[in-house]
Design a protein around this ligand. Structure first.
Ligand code: AMP
Ligand code: MG
Length: 353
């Protein structure tokens, strides 16, 4: 299949003319990758089981891992769900459009091919103007998981999507680098108590303050599925995700001990002829004399770290690093999402100094 790439120059007010063809492709059961404020999504008509199947094929994604349906307006939610719980209403009003996915009991309209066989459906209303205009024009809810090959870091630029999806999908809309850089927060509001299934840019504190009660993380994400001995509620959590090709190790502790430990480990690996990467921040980048050093951004500005996390992981893939050592970060605010992705990418391999 030949994959067409369309560049959208005006990201705030994309020209409708440019979006007509991709909207038509979506409506007719094809695949279009597009930017959202979190990461690039791989879109298909969420009400068309055959189209959803194509997403699983293009990504190499296990078909029991459900897809998120993206909508353009509040009214688009009603046909997809059998009920909107009070907590869901409050969260929607506070954070939609934006980087928050909510899990509702599904209606009969949503096929099991989209929900991985579940009786619930995940829905999000993206804030990105290109995503919003495209979904509105398509006139259907758009199932859109991250537009990467399953198991690779999520794409935050159209080039990342191109690397993984060229030849496998109909079209890529290139709207430049995304804003946030990590996937949406997922909150399940279908049960008795709302639960966070995936941390993201809508933080635990933000959601808790809207609901006037503390919302907890699914235990499987707080400690890792192995330790928690519980089945993760988001089926996607059981798969190894966001995995770089190199063996990634996180190093935790006092900053000076972390730097010392990383430098020691890097030298050991380099002396054996391996290619070694280091993930750090602007504050420490000068402290690492050897290895391939990449700074994510400014330690106290979590949004800078989130923004470059996946590009840096992908860059180490391209550089064919054998080992990567990463500093660890505060779990406050957006840091919770960053550490969640990093810990998973490291396969829960953490050294405490
Ligand atoms: P992605 O589409 O790559 O952002 O991943 C979507 C995530 O949402 C996966 O971890 C899914 O398991 C999760 N998800 C989607 N639908 C549901 C649902 N109905 N219940 C629980 N988790 C869901
Ligand atoms: Mg994904």
């Amino acid at each position: 299949m030949k994959t067409e790439r369309i560049i959208i120059e005006n990201k705030e007010h994309p020209e409708e003319e440019l979006l007509k063809k991709p909207a038509e492709i979506l409506k007719n059961g094809g695949l279009v990758a597009f930017p959202t404020e979190t990461v690039y999504g791989l879109g298909a008509n969420a009400l068309n089981e055959e189209a959803a199947k194509k997403i699983y094929e293009a990504k190499g994604r296990p078909s029991d891992n459900p897809l998120i349906a993206h909508i353009a307006d509040f009214d688009d939610l009603i046909p997809l769900v059998s009920q909107v719980p009070e907590s869901g209403k409050k969260l929607m009003e506070a954070f939609w459009p934006g980087p928050l996915t909510l899990i509702f009991p599904k209606s009969g309209l949503v096929p099991y091919g989209t929900t991985g066989g579940l009786d619930t459906v995940a829905v999000r209303m993206p804030a990105d103007p290109i995503a919003n205009a495209l979904i509105r024009l398509a006139g259907v809810p758009v199932a859109a998981p991250s537009a990467n090959t399953s198991g690779r870091p999520s794409p935050t630029t159209a080039d990342h999507v191109w690397q993984d999806m060229n030849g496998k999908i109909d079209m890529i809309l290139d709207g430049g680098a995304v804003g946030i850089g990590v996937e949406s927060t997922i909150i399940d509001v279908s049960g008795e108590e709302p639960v966070i299934l995936r941390p993201g840019a809508v933080t635990q504190e933000m959601a808790s303050s809207i609901l006037g009660q503390e919302i907890h993380l699914d235990p499987a994400i707080a400690t890792g599925p192995m330790k928690a001995k519980v089945k993760p509620k988001a089926p996607g959590m059981k798969y190894k995700h966001y995995a770089p090709k190199a063996e990634l190790t996180l190093v935790e502790g006092e900053m000076k001990d972390v730097v010392k430990t990383i430098n020691r480990l890097v030298e050991e690996r380099l002396s054996k002829g391996f290619r070694v990467g280091i993930i750090c921040t602007e504050e420490t980048r000068e402290s690492y004399p050897h290895g391939i050093v990449r700074s994510l951004g400014i330690r106290t500005k979590e949004e800078t770290l989130a923004h470059s996390l996946y590009s840096v992981l992908r860059e180490f893939d391209d550089l064919e690093a054998d080992y990567i050592y990463s500093e660890s970060f505060s779990k406050d605010h957006l840091g919770q999402a960053i550490m969640n992705r990093l810990v998973k990418a490291a396969g829960y391999h953490i050294i405490r100094t």
